[in-house]
Design a protein around this ligand. Structure first.
Ligand code: ZN
Length: 81
């Protein structure tokens, strides 16, 4: 099982489906696992930290938008409404 940090590093390639099938499956498996065990809160934290440290890098706005939406969805799913 890969860690949250590892999953985050591969997340946008995952979203773009440019990962090797094995890596794609590993991230997929992690997300399913994460949803069960920690409500994705740690994952969301890792993702925010990753975006913060990579903020100066050029990200296609489309990818950034997808990641931002992903975080919004995590927050929505992680909190009782
Ligand atoms: Zn995780």
């Amino acid at each position: 099982m890969i860690s949250c940090a590892e999953a985050v590093k591969e997340l946008w390639e995952f979203l773009d489906q440019t990962l090797a099938p094995d890596d794609q499956a590993a991230v997929d498996e992690h997300l399913a696992f994460c949803r069960r065990c920690c409500g994705e809160l740690q994952f969301a934290r890792e993702l925010r930290a990753f975006l913060a440290t990579n903020a100066s890098r050029e990200l296609p706005s489309e990818v950034r938008g997808r990641l931002t939406q992903f975080i919004v969805d995590l927050d929505r799913n992680g909190r009782p409404s």
